[in-house]
Design a protein around this ligand. Structure first.
Ligand code: MN
Length: 258
């Protein structure tokens, strides 16, 4: 299998290196990743300046852009092949519930939706994930490797993405895989209102809110119980259940001139 690997923590992140190691054992891996941290960039594309790929000594390709830029450029001219799977991560920290809306990790995987094959976003659930070295990411990478070995048996519709959250800790601490739905978070913690060194007012956005819906069956619940959470996501955000409600509410429009 030919893998395209990206992330939102930047090309030097240990989670990226750990994932690349496992992918290299399973097939050919091409890494295209941002030149610095782009967490919470969601699907942002850079349109106001050119994107310049550079190959590092370890073979990884770095781009001065966002996670979505990396995958977009990789699939549209940078690579001379079509990857079988796009993998994003391993992110330093959870992407649970409402996190997926902001996540650059999820967005990089989502950018592969035009391939017609599912993509995978992987995150390590650890409050101190940013302080951890490559060793802490290896169990999560190994879990993704297990899933990839079963990959040919998985048939999913186009535009599907698997959002995987792996609890931190050794392999022996994982209780198994669980398919989950997204939970929900409470609103973010307070925005800090500060003064910069020159006395001007500035704001610093707070951390994600605590889980609000972490009932059994959610991604929050699964990782809390020590399971590897696997949530299938759809890039189609249509709320089908309310189409009729909105249709009944829309006013009639009299054609002009009649
Ligand atoms: Mn990140």
């Amino acid at each position: 299998m030919r893998f395209l690997l990206s992330n939102d923590d930047g090309v030097h992140a240990p989670g990226l290196a750990a994932m690349a190691e496992v992918l290299a054992e399973l097939g050919e891996v091409t890494v295209v990743a941002p030149d610095g941290e782009r967490s919470a960039f969601s699907s942002a594309l850079t349109l106001d300046r050119p994107l310049r790929p550079q190959r590092l000594d370890n073979g990884f390709i770095v781009i001065n852009g966002t996670p979505a830029d990396c995958v977009h450029v990789a699939l549209n001219g940078l690579l001379d092949f079509v990857p079988d799977i796009i993998i994003s991560g391993i992110n330093a920290g959870a992407n649970l519930g409402d996190d997926v809306i902001y996540s650059g990790t999820v967005a990089a995987a989502l950018e592969g939706r035009f391939l017609g094959r599912p993509a995978i976003a992987v995150s390590l659930v650890a409050a101190n994930a940013r302080m951890l070295g490559i060793e802490a990411y290896r169990p999560a990478a190994a879990r993704v490797g297990e899933l990839l070995q079963r990959w040919p048996a998985l048939e999913l519709p186009p535009r599907t993405l698997l959002n995987i959250n792996v609890p931190a800790g050794p392999l022996a601490s994982h209780r198994g895989f669980r398919v989950t739905r997204l939970g929900h978070r409470a609103p973010s913690q307070d925005v800090l209102k500060l003064r910069d060194p020159r006395g001007h007012e500035v704001f610093w956005i707070g951390a994600a809110g605590d889980p609000l819906d972490n009932a059994e069956g959610t991604d929050f619940h699964a990782v809390h119980e020590g399971h590897v959470s696997v949530t299938p996501l759809d890039s189609d955000m249509t709320r089908y259940a309310v189409l009729d409600t909105v249709a009944a509410w829309l006013p009639a429009v009299t054609p002009s001139g009649s």
